[in-house]
Design a protein around this ligand. Structure first.
Ligand code: SF4
Length: 480
């Protein structure tokens, strides 16, 4: 809610534009929130805000000190402090692309009502990436200026073209021996085509795996159709199996576990409790209450599955209130949007979640690569990644990739590592959670020497690879 500035300044009183430095303001409950470019913020009473806006804050008073330290006083504005803070918040800008998404096929054995990948039928083998294209893509990816590179396999369903996935991983590892980047692999899969052999390979190469769970089985299966079988059963079976395999490998289950994502449709809205309970029941430590996005299949199904955003906000509030209640009862479950925004606001850092960052991540942090050049990007609008994601004429940033990019950006921005840190605290009050997110941030700072982030799973994590840290913490958010 905006504030009637003049009513707070006082009837007849003048705004003193020479006293405050640039600020924004908004009412939060009984207080007025002020913020500035650097990300500093203060909650002031109406009386304090009025004095601030009138310039009626004597030097040496507690309010003056508070405002000065947060760089809200024009005459005492500390430019160097502001620069340092902005530089820290936007440090990811200097790294170059870290996340490289290989769309190894558009084929998929499931049909989801909201498919943002615009999947193709299983017969559409022409949408498969070839080994040669994958190699050229890796050659290009490893030329990134980022010291850390995450290669993420997406589709369609990447397990459909698993031979190319295997070949790509082997080639990237071999190629990187002389380059020495910190290399990480992730895969976004519906898991229904998983088998022990594939899993063995993925575990051997520490490929982090993400899937989707749309809530309870009946809802999930209705939205994510798998001919002849329950897609929910398939996903949950392999979530359990993979987590078990991690444990067998002696890996910390807090750091190593399959992440699952939710896509909120109209049918999801009244089922906020079932959704949360499903995630808790699966042993998930985090839940990302993501609204549906209007691209891919949603262009056709939107009338059936979309909803007014006000209804989503109601759903979000009910679900998060319930999660907080569970936290108080000792259940560890974290809502990711809340964690991202609270980290931005309270920890003074940008987690670099690609959908919610400024400037936009496209090309500067995330590059999708697909082989499908079925139509010219010019016929489908922009393709901002094309100039840098085209290692060869056969590996083209096709319109399909561009259309997918909002989803893929999400995908790679999330993993359990940092989430794990946050979720370790989820059983405590929200304020405690915030503190621990800040601790995580501090840990990452200390990782400048090259040590792993304490909260990182398999993402090696130097300060230079901070993008990864945030990316890792937010990885694999793409809906499947
Ligand atoms: S969302 Fe994923 S699993 Fe579902 S149809 Fe699309 S590509 Fe397949």
């Amino acid at each position: 809610m905006t504030v009637d500035l003049r009513s707070l300044v006082g009837i007849g009183a003048k705004l003193d534009t020479s006293f405050p430095a640039f600020f924004r303001h908004r009412r939060i409950g009984e207080k007025v929130l002020i913020t500035n470019y650097e990300g500093n913020w203060l909650l002031l009473s109406d009386e304090e805000f009025g004095r601030f806006a009138r310039g009626d804050v004597p030097t040496g008073t507690p309010l003056h000190t508070l405002l000065r330290d947060a760089n809200f006083i024009r005459a005492e504005y500390d430019v160097q402090k502001a620069i340092t803070r902005v530089r820290a918040r936007k440090s990811f800008l200097h790294l170059g692309p870290n996340l490289h998404i290989l769309v190894v096929t558009l084929r998929c054995n499931e049909t989801c009502v909201y498919c943002h990948a615009s999947r193709a039928n299983m017969e559409a083998v022409h949408t498969d990436m070839s080994k040669e294209t994958a190699e050229r893509s890796i050659d290009f990816i490893l030329r990134s200026t980022s010291p850390s590179v995450t290669i993420e396999f997406q589709g369609g369903e990447p397990l459909v073209n698993f031979e190319v996935v295997k070949h790509t991983i082997a080639y990237a590892i071999q190629k990187n021996e002389s380059i020495g980047k910190q290399l990480e692999f992730t895969m976004v899969s519906n898991l229904s085509l998983m088998d022990e052999e594939k899993l063995g390979f993925l575990l051997q190469h520490k490929v982090q795996i993400c899937t989707s769970i749309d809530g309870p089985e009946h809802l999930h299966d209705k939205q994510r159709k798998l001919p002849g079988f329950s897609s929910h059963k398939a996903a949950t079976k392999w979530i359990a199996r993979i987590n078990e395999a991690y444990a067998e490998m002696g890996l910390d289950p807090t750091l190593y576990h399959v992440e699952a994502l939710l896509t909120t449709t109209k049918e999801t809205l009244p089922r906020w409790k079932e959704v949360v309970d499903t995630y808790v029941g699966l042993g998930c430590k985090a839940l990302f209450l993501r609204p549906i996005d209007p691209f891919g299949f949603v262009e056709k199904t939107g009338a059936r599955i979309e909803y007014p955003r006000s209804e989503y906000m109601e759903f979000y509030q009910q679900a998060t209130d319930y999660m907080l209640e569970l936290n108080k009862q000792g259940v560890q479950i974290l809502e990711r949007y809340a964690a991202i925004f609270l980290t931005k606001i309270l920890a003074g850092e940008d987690p670099n979640f690609l959908d919610i960052r400024s400037p936009a991540a496209r090309a500067s942090a995330s590059l999708p690569i697909t082989t499908t050049a079925r139509s010219s990007p010019a016929t489908r609008g922009e393709c901002s990644t094309r100039p840098v994601t085209t290692p060869s004429s056969s590996a083209t940033c096709a319109p399909a990739a561009t259309a997918r990019s909002p989803a893929t950006r999400r995908c790679a921005r999330w993993s359990s590592p940092r989430n794990a840190t946050a979720s370790r605290t989820a059983s405590t009050a929200p304020t405690t959670r915030i503190v621990v997110w800040r601790q995580c941030t501090a840990t990452r700072r200390s990782a400048a020497s090259g040590a792993r982030c304490a909260s990182a799973r398999s993402a090696p994590y130097t300060r230079a690879s901070r993008t990864i840290c945030s990316a890792s913490s937010l990885r694999r958010t793409r809906r499947r």
